[in-house]
Design a protein around this ligand. Structure first.
Ligand code: ARG
Length: 587
């Protein structure tokens, strides 16, 4: 079922329209309608309007009250203070709006008014290296944004810009050439864990030789040249490193319950053929200039601590291309060949200067036109409990897989603690433990604004109380349990029934889902969706405290409450799915 445009309007929007219509002299002035504690909503827009019209705000407000009188959304409206309007909406309008949402597959969530093509660059680990928490953030935030934007109707193209090129491969390839049996296996035979340990072993051995044997060092340097000039044998060995790494990456993404498709993995090497041209065009147009042998782009506002300009280096003085040349080529590809009108980069905030310079360079070169929007969705650092960047006790970066396994273990213990009461089988305990553990890690990442650092605290993440995914998952499972116990009783909306305060609060919050999603999709702020869902679960908790569902006063009231919790469950499920988090049916 397609979503009907009229469904897109919330009770709040309908009220705002009624207010504007009641005061023709307001034109298109915003009535500034907000949720309020005193009534359902308060409109503060009259004050500004009165100033503009040089009128008395209380008189204008009184005029609105009179004109709006017999509206079917507004039940009660009164003037307060200097000219505010306190408005209570009709119970019937709330239930009717929710019923229309419930009848729609998309829960009445509208598609974005303007959609286009977004290329999103996320989940970009590096070949032959262990993944760490920084890669976790990019993957989790990126995956959620992909889902949210697609739900809004955007065409989304994923790009996993993996680090698969560079001089470090010379040493690795040379070593493998001299020890040909080191990666001798059929891909299908190794697990992700084994693949990574193979790569680690090779890396250490190659490094040790490189540091101790001058001749090996020289052979490794020659190997870099062979790699860059496209020597076939060298490329074939390089490919084996990439393939081995992919086995490992995919196993981690799989653990993260995330789908990464092979054609979307276009690493740095994917742009090799464009690098020459990118640099030539930059030099010919004068955007880049030669400085101390290197090809550089300068910026008035980018200076180092010594006050000297810090350039973006696109080609080093030894002729090698760097990270920037690749990113500039990728922009050309994404805009010209993929037809992107938006480019999103989910990358660590510590790379912000790089992207600022890359975007500016691409604009000067004409590769990023005015109609193309480029943003870095920059994320902060993951901190340990001590508030310092997350490291092991030995000061090494923490292996992502270890963290995920620990989260799953903790979550499984939590699930097990309640399993008997719920009657879960061992199989269900394992599966739910996985969904709760991975959900906990994702939610912790997504529930704080991306740009901020956050503490990786597993105790807090799997806590049943507070702003955690487990709390939301329990809210969902509890509804499912009530539904299973409902017997013959159906979920049916009865708009004629008066609503209890907790039902109204829950209902009005449910009604906001579409608006929140629209905002999140355009502002790239998934934490606002997490906050919305947490509030939804909190409203549900209050509702349970104050309202009986199956033991409500009349059969119609039972049906209406079953309807309300069903829409709540569907909203929770949809919202969590957009964050990449599962909602087990029984917990
Ligand atoms: N591989 C890089 C890292 O691990 C992130 C790549 C970000 N994307 C890009 N287009 N530069 O830090």
């Amino acid at each position: 079922m397609a979503s009907v445009p009229s469904l897109a309007s919330t009770v709040q929007q309908r009220l705002a329209d009624a207010l504007t219509a009641a005061l023709p002299e307001a034109g298109s002035a915003d009535p500034l309608l907000r949720r309020s504690d005193r009534a359902d909503f308060q409109a503060n827009g009259i004050l500004a309007l009165a100033k503009k019209l040089k009128g008395n705000p209380r008189e204008l407000a009184a005029k609105v009250v009179e004109a709006i009188g017999a509206d079917d959304v507004c039940k009660d409206i009164e003037v307060s203070g200097p000219g505010f309007l306190n408005i209570t909406v009709a119970d019937e309008a709330i239930t009717e709006t929710l019923a229309a949402r419930a009848a729609d597959d998309r829960l009445g969530v509208p598609y974005a008014e303007k959609t286009g093509t977004t290329v999103i660059d996320y989940a970009q680990p590096n070949v032959a290296k262990e993944m760490h928490v920084g890669h976790l953030r990019s993957a989790v935030i990126g995956d959620a944004m992909v889902k949210i934007m697609e739900f809004a109707g955007e065409k989304v193209i994923r790009r996993h810009h993996i680090g698969d090129w560079g001089t470090q491969f010379g040493m690795l390839i040379q070593y493998l050439m001299e020890h040909p049996h080191e990666l001798d296996h059929k891909d299908a035979d190794v697990s992700g864990e084994e693949a990574m340990s193979n790569l680690n072993r090779l890396y250490k051995a190659a490094r040790a030789l490189f540091d101790s044997d001058e001749e090996f060092k020289a052979r490794s340097r020659d190997r870099v040249v062979a790699l860059q000039s496209g020597d076939e044998e060298t490329l074939a060995l390089w490919q084996r490193f990439v393939d081995e790494s992919k086995i490992y990456f995919y196993s981690v993404f799989n653990k993260l319950d995330m789908e990464i498709a092979d054609p979307d993995v276009v690493g740095e090497s994917g742009y090799n053929d464009m690098l020459d041209e990118t640099c030539r065009l930059l030099e010919e147009s004068g955007v880049a200039v030669r400085s101390e042998g290197a090809l550089c782009v300068f910026f008035d506002d980018v200076k180092g601590p010594d006050g000297n300009p810090v350039p973006l280096i696109v080609k080093k003085s030894n002729g090698g291309y760097g990270y920037a040349a690749t990113d500039l080529s990728a922009i050309r590809d994404r805009v010209r060949n993929l037809g992107a009108d938006t480019l999103v980069y989910v990358v660590d905030a510590r790379q912000s200067l790089h992207f600022k310079m890359v975007f500016e360079t691409a604009r000067r070169a004409g590769w990023l036109g005015d109609q193309v929007h480029a943003v870095q969705l920059a994320f902060g650092t993951v901190l340990g409990k001590d508030g310092k960047p997350f490291k092991t006790r030995e000061g090494e970066t923490v292996r992502l897989v270890d963290l995920l396994d620990e989260a799953i273990d903790r979550a499984t213990a939590v699930v097990r603690g309640k399993a008997e009461k719920v009657g879960l089988t061992e199989e269900e305990i394992i599966e739910n433990g996985r969904q709760v553990g991975i959900g906990a890690v994702k939610y912790a990442d997504l529930s704080t604004s991306a740009s901020r650092d956050y503490k990786f605290d597993l105790d807090q993440m799997v806590s049943l109380n507070g702003d955690t995914s487990v709390y939301l998952q329990y809210a969902y499972a509890r509804i499912r349990s009530i539904q299973r116990n409902a017997g013959e009783a159906q979920a049916i909306a009865h708009p004629e029934l008066p609503l209890a305060p907790a039902e109204r609060a829950l209902g009005l919050h449910l009604d906001q889902f579409g608006e929140v999603l629209t905002e999140v999709a355009s502002s790239y702020e998934p934490h606002k969706l997490a906050a919305y869902l947490y509030q939804l679960a909190s409203h549900l908790t209050t509702f349970y405290d104050q309202c009986q569902v199956l033991k409500a006063d009349t059969p119609h009231q039972v049906e209406n409450r079953l309807f309300l919790i069903d829409l709540t469950a569907r909203t929770l499920h949809q919202g969590m799915a957009l964050l990449g988090i599962r909602t087990p049916e029984r917990l």
